[in-house]
Design a protein around this ligand. Structure first.
Ligand code: LLP
Length: 413
């Protein structure tokens, strides 16, 4: 469910015509619906209210300050993975005690800053990392909370690149090693080892892998008599991009609540995509239409893989809708960007009403892992991020300029 709908043949974001927005702002740009994003946050919060979890929005999916701030103001915490995200998280006004920090490669500097700022806890991914945090904490005379990220070796049906909970992946700690760490907790006397973290992957549209992973981990905790306060269940709830049947927050809750609701832990979720994925689109303009030498039709648009990498990197499907509906006959197109790579596409062999130069297209479900993965490849300035809120269109990040492209760069002879 989202707030991008046709009204009288024109795509609207909430009640604002996207044709009007596109006429007033240079393309490509990201456009977000505040209502959709807040609705999705509330959906998770309400579905799980029986356990009153702390929802820590996963900033890696969309770290725009205004979006994160709105979520923080609604009671969200933030899941961060770098010093940069910590910096941005604090800028949004997020109380440090609502920030959790995962990542297999936290640097000493990043750890020091996070301890100083007093974040809720670190999700630990390895023994050497635990030793590093313990050592830094000792020097700072602080005692941060830490949660062990368990690798439960549970496979979920999703793209291999975003599967994290199986044993051949770099994430998390094997239960045997985790057991040893808990048994020898006194070795790490400068941290409080009081949490368990799980995150088995992203864009998971079934409930079963979550159930399996949680059950396995609960067994592990109970079998070993491990005393924890926090159980962080991670993110990963999938959304509808194409024809998949994604689960609603209520369906996830119905599957998970029975196994967790009587447990004496404080639960955390770290959803990213579920909250922002369908709340944003990428608006692009058609530059040219050409017939390739093999007879293929190419619609060349002004957004490329530098703006939205997901199709090129994961062969991800994003619906593409014309902003103004037409009755023109449908045909098949490769919708491609201006970048000098054949992998630069937004859609392949996509059946769409005849595309004409100058028209605007909306690449749907681009609110998560869209702008955050954009780059300046081919020296292309990144477009703006716009947010529709209460009927107004706000620029929540301006379009980059050519000066931005050389910021920090030296032009030495
Ligand atoms: N927690 C941890 C520890 C994570 O690694 C992630 C995502 C999340 C939470 C949030 O997962 P979500 O609820 O958004 O599924 N770039 C890829 C997705 C990478 C996900 C990385 N980790 C994509 O575009 O599909």
């Amino acid at each position: 469910m989202h707030s991008f709908n046709y009204k009288k043949g024109v795509l609207h974001c909430e009640n604002v015509s996207m044709e009007e927005i596109a006429k007033q702002h240079p393309t490509p740009f990201y456009l977000y619906s505040s209502k959709t994003i807040m609705d999705h946050f509330c959906k998770i919060k309400n579905a799980f209210k029986e356990i009153d979890p702390l929802i820590c929005f996963s900033m890696k999916s969309n770290s725009n300050l205004s979006i994160c701030r709105a979520l923080v103001n609604a009671g969200s915490g933030l899941d961060i993975v770098s010093g940069g995200e910590l910096y941005k998280a604090l800028k949004t006004g997020c109380p440090p005690e609502r920030i959790v920090y995962a990542s297999v490669g936290k640097t000493e500097d990043e750890i020091r800053t996070a301890i100083r700022k007093g974040i809720l806890f670190f999700n630990i991914e390895s023994v050497p990392e635990l030793i590093m945090i313990d050592t830094v904490a000792k020097k700072l005379k602080k005692k941060p909370n830490v949660a062990l990220r368990i690798n439960p070796d549970v496979k979920a049906r999703t793209h291999d690149y975003i599967t994290t909970g199986t044993k051949e992946k770099k994430f998390g700690i094997d239960t045997r090693v985790a057991e040893e760490i808990f048994d020898n907790a006194n070795k790490y006397s400068n941290v409080v080892l009081n949490g368990i973290h799980l995150h088995i992957g992203s864009q998971i549209t079934e409930t079963a892998p979550f159930v399996r992973a949680i059950k396995k981990t609960l067994d592990f905790i109970e079998k070993n008599g491990i005393d924890i306060k926090w159980f962080n269940l991670g993110g990963g709830f999938g959304i509808v991009y194409n024809s998949e049947r994604a689960r609603s927050a209520k369906e996830f809750a119905r599957a998970l609540l029975p196994i967790i609701k009587d447990k004496p832990y404080k639960f955390i979720f770290e959803p990213g995509r579920f909250i922002v994925g369908n709340g944003g689109v990428l608006v692009t303009k058609v530059l040219y239409v050409k017939t390739g030498s093999g007879g293929k039709q190419f619609a060349i648009v002004d957004a490329g893989m530098n703006d939205l990498l997901r199709p090129s990197l994961y062969e991800a499907h994003h619906d593409i809708l014309p902003i103004v509906k037409s009755k023109r006959e449908s045909r098949k197109y490769d919708v491609v960007g201006p970048i000098c790579e054949s992998g630069d596409y937004l859609a392949l062999d996509r059946k769409m009403p005849e595309i004409i130069p100058g028209e605007y297209l909306s690449v749907m479900s681009a609110g998560a892992y869209g702008y955050v993965m954009a780059s300046n490849y081919n020296s292309r300035p990144r477009g703006a991020e716009l947010l529709v809120k209460n009927g107004d269109v706000k620029t929540v990040r301006r379009r980059e300029t050519y000066q931005d492209l050389i910021r920090g760069e030296k032009n030495i002879p």
